[in-house]
Design a protein around this ligand. Structure first.
Ligand code: 0L1
Ligand code: MG
Length: 262
């Protein structure tokens, strides 16, 4: 690690304040060009600890930048991992207040809940499939705290991978009743289709994103606990939204997840 404890704590406070007060900041690597991957995840961990110390529950784990469309959109080639907190969860069909956000974008995500722990290294798609309890469709609302969504990977990891809000809806299905690779997803904004893809857009198989998460945590001596809610990452590029927009995402065999931005 390149940054000292005080600097890590200051950066966590700086980024969390930007999230909670909905104001943008410049990417932190501008001032800390030497920071490394461990520093980036340590800042994210400190943000998580700050939220938990105020009583917020961490309710899920997220994989980001897992689809080729998202990687191309952001000009990167590595998945990143973060968490979601209880206050980020919004009900299906709810109004999402843009005044609490900076420049939101939506992502259609295949999500799962696990029934067994997953531990890397060596975690693979087969192990993940055996550990999935059920699959449920979701939409993540990302909101990078960085001006104009301009960042590098270390800055975005520190910023909890732009996590902001999420909506779970549709209907849960057993994993054996679905083919996660061919599962079609159609994203509509204001009644117009703006993006579509199949599950295989996520690293060839959405379970591969969860295996990558387990291997990432395994390298840090951690695991994905039983009963974890996991978002596997946007299947298409992210779509910008603003007040007045409505979004509906149709997931094959899993129903629709919708919301309005106000
Ligand atoms: O969930 C995501 O894929 C977001 C990862 C961070 C990059 C971004 O803000 O687009
Ligand atoms: Mg996402």
């Amino acid at each position: 690690m390149k940054l000292d404890k005080n600097t890590l704590a200051q950066l966590a406070e700086h980024l969390e304040n930007a999230e909670l007060k909905a104001h943008d900041v410049t990417k932190i690597t501008d001032d800390h060009p030497d920071m490394d991957w461990d520093d980036a995840y340590a800042i994210q961990d400190l943000i998580r600890a700050r939220k938990e110390s105020r009583g917020h529950k961490t309710v899920g784990l997220k994989c980001g930048l897992t689809s080729y469309a998202k990687m191309k959109q952001m000009g990167v080639d590595t998945p990143v991992f973060g968490f979601v907190s209880d206050y980020m969860a919004c009900a299906e069909g709810s109004d999402i207040k843009t005044s609490e956000l900076i420049h939101p974008k939506v992502e259609a995500e295949i999500c799962v809940v696990t029934k067994a722990p997953l531990k890397g290294p060596g975690c693979h798609v087969g192990a993940v499939m055996a550990a999935i309890d059920f699959v449920i469709p979701g939409v993540e609302i990302i909101d990078s705290r960085y001006r104009d969504f301009k960042f590098d990977l270390k800055s975005v990891i520190a910023d909890n991978t732009s996590a902001s809000r999420f909506v779970i809806g549709g209907r849960a299905r057993r994993v054996e009743d679905l083919d996660l690779r061919t599962l079609g997803v159609v994203l509509e904004k204001n009644g117009q289709i703006v993006a579509m893809a199949a599950g295989a857009a996520v690293m060839g198989h959405p379970a591969a994103a969860i295996a990558a998460l387990a291997n990432h945590l395994g390298a840090r001596g951690q695991e994905i606990p039983t009963g974890s809610f996991i978002m596997t990452g946007g299947v298409t590029e992210a779509i910008a939204v603003q007040a007045g927009d409505s979004v509906n995402v149709r997931f094959q065999d899993l129903g629709t997840v919708g919301m309005r931005f106000v």
